[in-house]
Design a protein around this ligand. Structure first.
Ligand code: NAD
Ligand code: AKB
Length: 325
């Protein structure tokens, strides 16, 4: 990834990092990028999966269940880990099918890590939030950083509660926890894992393999999205920023580009003119309808210099060039 050249190389001290939930859509790319910065042996990939996926074979891997609090605590303390990126969670669509377990997984893992940091065993924590913290009563266009937040999904409720706890641990115990409200993420190195925005990845595989795609959202459903390279760069820039610049300890709004399924299809047709899209909305339509159309990320820009680099057309070209069918 070209952007790695911009990251700060900490020459005097290499942090020891663990990414929990490393085999998922974000974790895979995050581990690969962190290893180029901090050295492969300093970035431990951890996931529920028995086997390390081949793509992460260039560094350490451990099978870890974030819900096994004592095992996680022992490992992090014995290995003298400094930083945790906690990615293990159920996403919006999967969470609606199993709300009790979603709440358990999304909250208990966070407390295990925040408590380790509170006790002084960790220097820094990254925990991702989501645009799912917003709800039907939130202003939908250019949704502000601070606004009405009444999420209507179990996933959104867990992310909003998580944000409040992160901020609480920062103020009460001085925990250096940082977070981003990711939009829907679009990537070709790893597949998405059960979200409402997943259509915006699947569409590229179907466009190339079948020339057509049936979308589970309506054609005019605008959602905030972001290319994975921007998300990974934003995450690492946030984590490398001096602590005094991080004024928001709940989670930062971050914007990439917003589009509807119809607009995405039009952009794909610039490269594949015969591509066709049809629409069969399912239960995920209600989730998407409760989320913003677009995001105002001016606080992230002002506080730590965030700026997205990929617009929709640039992302579409890279996806069509790189998805393997
Ligand atoms: P994903 O579903 O692709 O990956 C999650 C990973 O966590 C999987 O590899 C899974 O095996 C692992 N996992 C599940 N249960 C575990 C457990 N008990 N212990 C250890 N590992 C476990 O998810 P993702 O898209 O990579 O998302 C990562 C984080 O980012 C989540 O918190 C998600 O809510 C958040 N997020 C993602 C997006 C997105 O578009 N991908 C957007 C907003 C927020
Ligand atoms: C999902 O659709 O659940 C995720 C998200 C926006 O949090 N991609």
């Amino acid at each position: 990834m070209k952007a790695k050249l911009k990251f700060v190389q900490t020459l005097y001290y290499m942090s020891k990092i663990i990414v929990i939930g490393s085999c998922g859509q974000i974790g895979t790319e995050l581990v690969l990028t962190l290893r180029t910065i901090y050295g492969a042996s300093n970035v431990i990939a951890a996931d529920l999966k028995e086997e390390c996926p081949p793509i992460l074979n260039n560094g350490p891997y451990i099978k870890m269940d974030i819900l096994d609090r004592e095992a996680v605590r022992s490992f992090i303390m014995e290995e003298k880990v400094d930083e945790v990126y906690l990615l293990a969670a159920l996403l919006s669509a999967t969470a609606e099918k199993n709300p009790d377990f979603a709440w358990k997984l999304n909250m208990e893992g966070l407390f295990t890590i925040l408590d380790l940091a509170k006790e002084g065993h960790l220097k820094k924590v990254f925990w991702p939030s989501s645009i799912a913290v917003f709800g039907p009563t939130t202003p939908a266009d250019l949704t502000p950083q601070h606004t009405i937040m009444e999420p209507s999904t179990v996933y959104g409720i867990s992310k909003q509660a998580g944000e409040r706890w992160c901020e609480y641990y920062f103020h009460k115990f001085g925990v250096d926890v940082r977070s981003i409200r990711y939009p829907g993420l679009i990537s070709y190195k790893s597949l998405p894992g059960g979200g409402t925005t997943d259509y915006a990845v699947d569409i590229f595989y179907k466009a190339k393999s079948q020339g057509s795609f049936t979308c589970f959202l309506k054609e005019d459903t605008a959602l905030p999205m972001m290319f994975m390279d921007d998300a990974i760069r934003g995450t690492i820039e946030l984590m490398q920023a001096p602590a005094q610049k991080i004024k928001i300890r709940s989670a930062y709004n971050l914007a990439g580009s917003s589009f509807t399924p119809a607009e995405l299809a039009t952009s794909i047709q610039k490269y594949l003119p015969d591509f066709r899209i049809s629409y069969e909305p399912d239960f995920r339509q209600a989730i998407a309808d409760s989320w913003p159309n677009s995001i105002d990320d001016s606080y992230a820009q002002k506080d730590w210099g965030w700026k997205a680099e990929f617009d929709t057309d640039a992302m579409v070209k890279i996806m069509l060039d790189n998805v393997n069918i």
